[in-house]
Design a protein. Structure first.
Length: 469
């Protein structure tokens, strides 16, 4: 079930009135749990069993870790949780990738391993909810939180439908306490929720989807297009993926607010970053903080001399691999790791300015955007063949009669997403509510909503890009 579909509006129209009418905390949570499983099972009901299995395993392991004071037993229980979650993720997401690469090796000896491939469908959202349940058992092991004894609350924590399939990756210490109380949204939360949903839909549908149609058209057959058109597609993809994913996060947070739940922010205007370190503090915040707290720091972080670079590169390579079983994703992660290392070296040598002038801020932001956009090339092309075509097209530059048109379209999208980001940076994600005129607030939101609705009537709903991860 897509957020940008009419079936989701119908789903909300049924869920919200029933949720508000239910009298007790237990009945509300049980109803939301059933609704979340219906939401998830709408794609394929069989995946609900996988979600339930992961929930049951981590619920009981969490209880046992919490009860035990035996260090070896606690470590064994945690290992079972990690092995189970990462094992499920590895089988569904990385098994065939491993066989493909193994087959390349064995093909040199005239051995065919094709019979080892499995016909597996990647369960939607598996990368998100496996990481989310892992934070629960790991934090219990670290004695940062206590295990919940309420199975319904924990099950809802794992399957909460607004953020189930594409995040943000929530921490148990933030989400579970909210679910352990009777959910009762305030009037202010409802207003904020409506604003976030409308703006999120506009970002996704009117910016992400429309930009994506240009991008998909060009990437479907790169050989047909000239240099400027390829560059245009890569730049536009950087807008598409941001509008698409930030749009999802807005809708997820907005829907949660309508239920009285506060989710963490997943984006803070990342394309306004003045350096790559700042970019990763603003982009997919829940994943970058997860990688930092549960991978980079346990590896040693920057505490061990001469290990920081290795730890950082491992973290970013695995962060790339998290996105998909593809070498191009690892190149994407590796490039970001290299960028971060270079930036840290600049900081160490005091090359980076401590106080940015306006001109320095603009130039630094532009340079950071170019660096990030270059890495999106690998993210979108996904195959070495496509990447090679792109590099050849750019290296052997060909002029196009449509250069001016493509530049105009690209600038239009950049200005549009830039205007939204600058406005949100200054006034907040729901800053429109700070306006004194209710007529302007209602009029602006209504215009955004009905323009988006009109487009949705004319075009098929496009899946969110991060659903594939």
């Amino acid at each position: 079930m897509l957020f940008n579909s009419f079936i989701f509006f119908l789903f909300l129209a049924i869920v919200l009135p029933v949720f508000y009418a239910l009298p007790t905390k237990k009945s509300k949570n049980l109803f939301l749990l059933l609704g979340s499983y219906f939401f998830y099972g709408y794609w394929d009901w069989r995946f609900c069993f996988l979600l339930a299995f992961s929930t049951v395993v981590d619920y009981y392991i969490g209880l046992q870790i919490s009860k035990s004071e035996n260090a070896k037993k606690r470590k064994l229980l945690l290992s079972i949780s990690v092995f189970t979650n990462l094992g499920i993720l590895s089988v569904f997401k990385y098994y065939n990738f491993f066989i493909d690469n193994l087959q390349l090796i064995f093909s040199n000896f005239n051995q065919d391993l094709d019979f080892l491939h499995l016909n597996l469908i990647l369960p939607i959202g598996i990368s998100f909810y496996t990481f989310q349940t892992l934070t629960y058992t790991i934090d219990i092991y670290r004695k940062k939180i206590k295990a919940t004894t309420n199975f319904i609350d924990f099950s809802l924590f794992v399957s909460f439908f607004p953020q189930l399939v594409a995040g943000p990756i929530e921490r148990a210490k933030l989400l579970l306490p909210q679910l352990s109380k009777k959910l009762k949204p305030t009037y202010h939360q409802v207003k904020q929720g409506i604003v976030l949903i409308i703006i999120g839909l506009f970002r996704k549908v009117m910016i992400g989807d429309t930009a994506g149609r240009y991008v998909d058209h060009i990437f479907d057959d790169l050989s047909l297009y000239k240099s400027i058109e390829i560059v245009f597609a890569v730049v536009l993809f950087s807008i598409q993926i941001y509008a698409d994913f930030s749009g999802y996060s807005h809708i997820a947070r907005g829907t949660s607010k309508l239920l009285g739940v506060e989710l963490v922010k997943n984006f803070e205007q990342p394309y306004l970053s003045r350096n790559i370190t700042e970019f990763w503090r603003r982009w997919h915040i829940s994943l970058s903080s997860f990688l930092k707290d549960y991978l980079y720091i346990p590896l040693g972080g920057n505490r061990i001399k001469n290990r920081m670079s290795i730890n950082l590169m491992i973290t970013m390579l695995l962060g790339g691999l998290w996105h998909g079983a593809n070498w191009n994703f690892m190149i994407w992660g590796g490039l970001h790791g290299l960028y971060l290392l270079i930036h840290k070296a600049f900081i160490k040598k005091n090359i980076e300015p401590k106080n940015y002038s306006k001109l320095n801020s603009i130039l630094s932001t532009l340079f950071t955007f170019i660096l990030v956009t270059f890495t999106w090339l690998f993210f979108r092309s996904q195959t070495f063949e496509s990447t090679t075509i792109i590099f050849n097209k750019i290296w052997y530059w060909e002029h196009s009669e449509y250069t001016v048109e493509f530049i105009k379209i690209g600038i239009t999208y950049l200005l549009l997403i830039g205007f939204l980001d600058i406005t949100e940076a200054k006034y907040g994600h729901t800053g429109i509510l700070k306006l004194k005129s209710k007529m302007i607030i209602v009029g602006t939101l209504s215009a955004l909503f009905f323009v988006t609705l009109a487009y949705m009537f004319q075009a098929d709903a496009s899946p969110f890009i991060y659903f594939q991860f």
